[in-house]
Structure formats: C-alpha cells, structure tokens
Design a protein around this ligand. Structure first.
Ligand SMILES: [Zn+2]
Length: 414
C-alpha cells in the first residue's frame, strides 16, 4: 500500500504548461516532477467540463452530469483500509451532486457553515449576476460562489500525518475563469473586469462568444490565466513539501482546458477541440519514469491508482502502467439532440457532432483545427467512425443495465 495524492488543476490546458512546450515558465514544479516521473504527452479527458470529466476520473466510466456516481476509486480504496478525503471548492463536484461517494472526509466549500445557501445560488449567479460576482471577486477577493481552498490547508496536512494510509483528492480552482492572479494592480483589475463583462455579455463561458475581444485584451486575459497556473503550480509545490515526509505518490492533472477565442469560444464549453480536451498528467514518486507519447484517456486513472495502491482493479479500463493493445481515447458529451463523440488518435481526430457538420482534423499538420477534412479523407473517417459507433453501442447497453439495476434497487429487489 502507498499513500496517494491526486491533484486536479481546474481548466488547465496542456499547451500552457512549460513541460508541454509552453514558451513561458508557468509550471516549474510540474516540470521538475515530470522530469523525474512519468509524463503523458497526450492525456485526453473523457468529457468537458468539470463534473463530466471528474465523474469519469473518479468512477473510471463515462459520466453524464446529474447521473448518480457508480463505484468510485475512493470506495475501492476505502474498502481496502485507506483513509479517503477530498478537498476542493468547485460546486459542480460537490456533495450536492453526489461526488462525496466513498470519501470519509469531503470538504467542498459548500456545506460548511455560512456557505450552505451557495449551491442554490450558483445557477442564478452564473446566469444573471456574473458581473457583480466578478467585481466582488476581482476587487475585494470575495467569491460569492465558493470559498478558498487555502482554508482547508492545515486540515490536509493534519489528516495526512494522522492516517495509516491515505488517498486524498485536491482540486485547485484558481485557474478557472474569471482569472485573478496575485499581484495585479488596480488598472489591470479594471481592464480584466472590462473583458469579463464583454465575455459574459457575449453569452458566457459555455457558449460561442459573439463579443469581439481584441488581441491586446486577449493577451491580457491569457497573461492572467498563466499567472493563475503559476500560482497553482507553486501551491502544489508547497503541498508536496508539506506532505513528502509521508512518501505519497503524487498525481497531477487537469480536468479540461480553456479557450481564448479559438473557434469563437472562451472558457470551457462542451466542445472537443484540443485546447479543451488535452490536459497535463504527471505521475511522480511511483518508481515510473519517462514520457508516454501515445494518446490515453483519463478514464484509466482510477485503474492506475488501483495498481499503484496494490489493490485489485475494479474498473472496466486497464491501468496506464499496463502494456495493453493501443486504442485511441474517446471523448463524449451527451445533449438533448444526441452525443458529441470524438475519437482522438495521434494524427487524426474525428468529431461527430449532434448539432452541426462532423469534423475531421489532421492535428499534426493542422494543430489549430482549422481545416475540416471530413469530405476529403473518407477512409480515415470510416475507420474512426467505426470506433465511435462501437463505443456508442457499449454506452447504450451500459445505460440500459444501469437503469435496470436502479429500478430493481428502488423496488427492493436487490
Ligand atoms: Zn473544471
């Protein structure tokens, strides 16, 4: 058995981390552990945004928002005698949505004392009050929708030093839109607020934005985002320094990326372009080292944690440390109109859309995903489409069996 720390950086795209080739030194700590540990060059999320991706990571299965969580990695490890705990402040993966399943300790910034009403307000806030929310946030460091993770810091350190074996999941949300990195001056804050207002007026961070954000403002927005990445990297380093005497395996990853005007998007709408689905993933202090180039799905994290903990893999996917036959990761989002399903191979990427024309990109030659080759590369489309259809068939069966089990449970049959 080994202690395990899973750290999620919210909304961090791989190409903004320096160990993934970013021109700015945003992640010196991640770079260092990546050099000594195992780094995945093409770690692909199972869906966008947070609850869909994290539901997938914690349960090892594709997940739909609002669905009940199936067996979680916390349950599996708890059953084996681990103390399990989670610390985060993202309302969409709070206990309100059942994400506390299997955790002995679950601090989500929502149900603690004065924050009880916050989850009820969040929908309202995100739709109508974002501008006021942003003013409070940017100028007064008051976040009406969440509390600071730092509030839990001492509890994390105490818990990890008083448990025989622990599994903790920490999600750091500073990198989530709207970004307010430390050390901004008053003028910079005003300018950022102006940009956030434009984005909210243009439709918000989950839709295509009609507002025109000019290049200097885009640069300002990106600088603020990079400043937040630098901050979560240093917070992760501080955590590591305070935990390393308990010799844990450290896993650092992101739940999805963020957009800066590419294809007209800001934030993280349920789209499958590279800036949204390709994230950092590093495993450190686990006697594994190197760089994995081939694309892998984050759905394989729970099985990997089982292997690192030395417990039986209870999940359908193989561990990332297993030498298995390669299959390209699949990304999935479900809508009223149907599924958006993406097959993301090393060179090619097929996006099957429920709401518009399907897309095929050669991501090696066209990393910005500008030239849709869906009409030109029929053979490649055919092969990738077959994988998507195979996936969809298993999904439909899973859903039906799940419904049946739920129905039986409801009637007390099992
Ligand atoms: Zn997120």
């Amino acid at each position: 058995m080994r202690n395990i720390v899973l750290i999620t950086w919210d909304s961090v795209r791989a190409d903004h981390c320096s160990c993934y080739g970013y021109r700015k030194k945003t992640t010196p700590f991640l770079d260092r552990i990546a050099r000594k540990g195992l780094r995945f060059e093409n770690a692909i999320v199972s869906g966008v945004p947070t609850p869909i991706s994290m539901g997938g990571i914690l349960t090892g299965r594709y997940f739909e928002f609002g669905q009940k969580l199936t067996t979680t990695i916390a349950e599996v490890l708890g059953y084996e005698g681990y103390k399990t705990a989670a610390f985060h402040t993202n309302p969409f993966v709070s206990r309100y949505y059942g994400f506390n399943k299997g955790f002995d300790v679950f601090r989500d910034g929502i149900y603690d004392q004065e924050n009880k009403s916050k989850i009820k307000n969040i929908g309202f806030i995100s739709k109508f009050k974002n501008c006021i929310n942003a003013i409070k946030y940017v100028f007064f460091d008051i976040d009406v929708a969440r509390v600071d993770f730092e509030k839990y810091y001492d509890e994390v350190i105490t818990l990890t030093h008083s448990s025989d074996y622990y599994f903790i999941w920490i999600l750091l949300i500073d990198t989530h839109f709207p970004y307010t990195p430390p050390k901004l001056n008053f003028i910079e804050k005003i300018k950022l607020l102006y940009i956030y207002n434009k984005i909210y007026k243009g439709g918000g961070i989950y839709t295509r934005i009609v507002a025109n954000i000019d290049s200097s403002n885009k640069r300002r927005l990106i600088d603020a985002y990079d400043g937040e990445i630098r901050y979560v990297d240093s917070l992760t380093e501080q955590l590591w320094n305070d935990l390393k005497d308990t010799d844990p395996i450290l896993i650092v990853h992101a739940d999805h990326g963020d957009a800066f005007g590419e294809h007209g998007f800001f934030g993280h709408p349920p789209e499958h372009y590279e800036y949204l689905i390709r994230v950092p993933l590093v495993i450190y202090n686990a006697d594994v080292k190197g760089v994995v180039k081939e694309p892998i799905s984050l759905l394989r994290l729970a099985p990997t944690i089982c292997e690192l903990a030395g417990v039986k893999n209870e999940f359908p996917q193989p561990s990332l440390l297993d030498d298995v036959e390669y299959t390209p990761p699949i990304v999935e989002n479900k809508f009223k109109e149907g599924f958006r399903i993406t097959v993301r191979d090393e060179e090619w990427k097929l996006i099957l859309n429920p709401d518009r024309e399907d897309e095929l990109y050669n991501i090696k030659r066209d990393p910005m995903e500008q030239n849709n080759l869906i009409e030109d590369e029929r053979d490649i489309v055919k092969d990738l489409r077959a994988l998507a259809e195979k996936h969809l068939k298993t999904r439909k069966i899973q859903t039906k069996i799940g419904d049946r089990i739920r129905a039986l449970k409801r009637f007390g049959k099992i």
